[in-house]
Write a protein of this length. Structure first.
Length: 403
């Protein structure tokens, strides 16, 4: 077994694309001993994996490093609800059952109704800092904008949105980052409070349904045709974290790409009708989803390598999206490109259920920012640092300025 390339792979690398390019050419399916997993880098191989869930299971989809949990953390978590199977890590009939209500909630028709609210929210957020001539755009625009949109969709009360967003972030951080004992226990306590909050909201909608996504979700609860349990409903709401983090990272990643070369920003502003294709190019070139995982259910040959059953695989969407098989000059960001068959939203049964929402959020955000800030630019000399997580891709901070 060759491990020459796999030993070099850093799952938290700030810029892994040179490595991916070498891997696609030299060893497209390579074993990473530090991660005990096979890295799959070519577009066609990734596509094959995503379209064959019966051979490549999603049961380990949210790949993460082994995090040490302290006894106090377990004690706090025991006060909540034990995690059930979730849509991201399920397969077959179970996956379809869990995904059906999400398809209803994130339908194009339901999402489209939110567009006026998104525009109002974007402008309101901009009004809070437009006189400052400089802003850290992730915390003061991208995250709150995305959180407002997804929570409006689900009907989360406005006064609770910031606390829900903070607790969702603490839940995800607890499972993906080494923390000291006190902080980890505090995040566990926050997570349990969030689970109980969701349980109360679900009970309210069960008693008095409204015209919102949460009521649509509750319709599939214990008395519904698809029969989601109460705990499954709670944890489905917890997945709201991805519902705002991914669009926020799409906005941040896209802003850096568009502002690195001012003519890109000008083209987007002068041709707002092209913004939908700009969003797709951002998702292809530097999308918010970094790596998901799969595990083989049987012996299979992939990319010329025979893998045994139960072999863990890492699927970097960004590598497949920069494969020349997908489009010419795939390693370049082209603001006028029209490629749509990229992997940025996933593919097959596990493709992103909230893609319609994320697309519209990106389109509205870039259109409004372009209208309000014709001369927007990156603050010179700043360090662009990625959020250190294996699954999602975005910036810790992104500072912009204007005259």
């Amino acid at each position: 077994m060759s491990v020459a390339l796999g030993t070099e792979f850093d799952i938290l690398a700030e810029d892994p694309y040179d490595f991916y390019a070498r891997a696609r050419q030299q060893e497209p399916v390579t074993f990473c001993p530090d991660l005990n997993a096979w890295l799959v880098t070519r577009y066609e191989d990734i596509k094959s994996v995503l379209l064959q869930p019966e051979i490549f299971s999603a049961s380990n989809s949210l790949f993460s490093r082994n995090i040490h949990f302290y006894p106090q953390t377990f004690e706090e978590l025991s006060k909540g609800y034990p995690p059930p199977a979730i849509v991201i890590t399920s397969d077959g009939t179970e996956h379809r059952r869990l995904r059906t209500p999400l398809r209803k909630v994130f339908s194009s028709d339901r999402v489209k109704v939110l567009e006026p609210f998104m525009r109002e929210t974007a402008n309101s957020l901009i009004n809070t800092f437009i006189e400052d001539r400089r802003v850290e755009i992730m915390e003061q625009f991208a995250y709150p904008f995305a959180a407002e949109a997804v929570h409006k969709l689900f009907g989360i009360p406005g006064q609770d949105i910031e606390q829900v967003r903070q607790r969702c972030q603490e839940w995800y951080t607890m499972y993906t980052k080494e923390l000291d004992e006190e902080r980890q226990a505090a995040y566990a306590k926050s997570t349990v409070a969030l689970l109980h909050y969701f349980a109360d909201l679900i009970a309210e909608r069960q008693a008095a349904p409204q015209d919102d996504g949460l009521s649509e979700l509750v319709r599939f609860g214990p008395t519904g045709d698809q029969s989601l349990t109460q705990t499954e409903l709670i944890y489905t709401l917890l997945l709201l974290q991805g519902g705002y983090t991914n669009p926020a990272n799409l906005i941040g990643n896209g802003l850096r790409l568009l502002l690195e070369q001012p003519e890109r920003w000008s083209i987007m502003r002068e041709h707002p009708e092209r913004i939908p294709q700009v969003v797709e190019e951002i998702v292809r070139f530097d999308g918010p989803i970094k790596i998901f995982a799969r595990v083989t259910t049987q012996e299979v040959t992939l990319g010329g390598v025979t893998l045994p059953a139960n072999a863990p695989l890492l699927i970097p969407f960004g590598s497949g999206n920069r494969d020349e098989v997908l489009c010419p000059h795939a390693g370049e960001f082209q603001v006028q490109r029209t490629t749509t068959n990229h992997l940025g939203w996933g593919l097959g049964p596990h493709s992103c259920a909230a893609a319609a929402l994320a697309r519209l959020e990106g389109q509205v955000a870039f259109e409004v920012l372009g209208q309000r800030f014709p001369q927007l630019r990156l603050v010179p000399g700043q360090k662009f640092q990625r959020v250190p997580t294996p699954n999602f891709q975005g910036y810790e901070r992104l500072e912009v300025e204007w005259e």
